[in-house]
Design a protein around this ligand. Structure first.
Ligand SMILES: [Zn+2]
Length: 407
């Protein structure tokens, strides 16, 4: 998968150091930077361009949604909708992801605004189809929505989604958000990639510089909504610090090898656990080649936090059924860097839970979503059921969690 590739870039000589860390746990497929944004994706974008052009030739688009509706009402109707989506044949992976995006207040509010600026049109085919579903669920006359147009357009670009195989919801979600990010990218003339230096600068300065460089190349409501910025802090024995940064879309959390009860906090602790790294370049201050302490922190928390649990072990082809305990209120304070200016933006509230029942290749996804910040509903393809004010937060089937940052 192209999204697994990553490029460390940004500050000082750390890039080469990190690349050398073959034994480091984060270099594995499911590493911390699994969904890092990479810069040298020109070839990838080129391919995307090609597929979009071919879609345009084959498809007649309706006029873009030039909504005359009151925008507040429009987005309110979308995020409070309780309308199911038809299962087109093993498409529960798609429906669960779509429902969590449809009910994502922060995102939909921005999407509705973008539509009012007529930015959702035939140049943004996947976003267009997604927004079409949003409009359909907001229509109170509808009972169940058929998402086949969306699937058709999406799978024109991603052939692996053409048939009706059982696929991973989290992988689908990443690809969909990346597609919309590409379509909605506001940067017309991306600036050139450059190495930044941390020398003599504060963490906050470096963090800001990285964010600005990143957004001068790629910026959209997707980046704004779902991407967090991560800082890696490398400290030499003499105390000298260097930094590197990444943007990440979600946090894929590893589960223990054996099935056993775990808490979300334990999994997060492990994700943000530091390391000791042997540098082969000389420290700029003491001039020695020595071991550095590595700390991983969030420098800029995302507005929406997606956590996924790595239940599928690709090596053993087994599903991990560990019982996971999570909470509706989540504080990331422990993992947020104090000195980057976003320390107080670390409180989250749960609004979506994706569950998976069954075996690795024979199972079913469904999702629980909190509506009006009060009532929980189960969205199981076409069926929507009221659950109540409380939701079970201990589960052997929880697969992904969607949290929104408290404003
Ligand atoms: Zn040193």
């Amino acid at each position: 998968m192209k999204y697994e590739k990553m490029k460390f870039y940004g500050f000082s000589d750390i890039n080469s150091e990190i690349k050398k860390q073959k034994t480091n746990k984060f270099n594995s497929k499911s590493d911390i930077f699994y969904n890092s944004k990479e810069y040298n994706n020109d070839e990838y974008n080129h391919n995307k361009n090609k597929s979009i052009i071919s879609q345009r030739q084959n498809y007649n688009y309706k006029d873009n949604y030039n909504s005359k509706k009151n925008s507040y009402k429009e987005y309110e109707n979308i995020i409070t909708s309780r309308i199911g989506l038809y299962n087109l044949g093993n498409t529960c992976y798609m429906n669960t992801c779509l429902q969590n995006l449809i009910h994502c207040k922060f995102f939909i509010k921005k999407l509705v605004k973008i539509n009012q600026r007529q930015k959702i049109n035939n140049n943004t085919p996947i976003t267009y189809e997604f927004f079409d579903i949003c409009n359909n669920v907001s229509n109170e006359k509808e009972t169940i929505i058929d998402p086949s147009n969306f699937k058709k357009i999406f799978s024109k670009k991603h052939k692996e989604y053409k048939g009706y195989a059982q696929l991973d919801t989290q992988e689908f979600c990443r690809i969909l958000l990346e597609d919309m990010n590409y379509e909605l990218n506001e940067v017309k003339n991306p600036s050139k990639y450059k190495e930044l230096s941390t020398e003599g600068k504060s963490k906050k300065q470096c963090d800001k510089e990285f964010d600005e460089l990143f957004k001068s190349r790629e910026n959209s409501i997707i980046i704004d909504t779902f991407y967090a910025q991560i800082i890696n802090i490398f400290t030499c024995k003499c105390g000298y610090e260097t930094y590197s940064f990444q943007k990440i879309l979600d946090l894929p959390l590893l589960l223990p090898d054996e099935d056993k009860p775990v808490s979300l906090n334990d999994l997060l602790d492990e994700y943000f656990e530091g390391d000791i790294i042997q540098f082969s370049t000389k420290c700029k201050k003491c001039g020695k080649k020595t071991a550095h302490k590595k700390d991983i922190k969030i420098s800029e928390p995302s507005n929406i936090l997606i956590l996924s649990f790595q239940r599928i072990n690709e090596r053993t082809q087994k599903k991990n059924i560990s019982e996971i305990k999570f909470t509706e209120k989540l504080s990331l304070k422990k993992y947020v860097e104090r000195d980057c200016g976003f320390y107080n933006e670390s409180q989250y509230e749960l609004y979506g839970i994706i569950c998976h029942k069954g075996k690795i290749n024979f199972g079913h996804y469904y999702t629980y979503i909190k509506i009006d910040e009060r009532d929980w509903y189960e969205f199981n393809d076409s069926k929507v059921t009221y659950i109540g004010r409380e939701i079970n937060t201990i589960s052997t089937s929880v697969y992904a969690l969607f949290y929104q940052k408290k404003s």
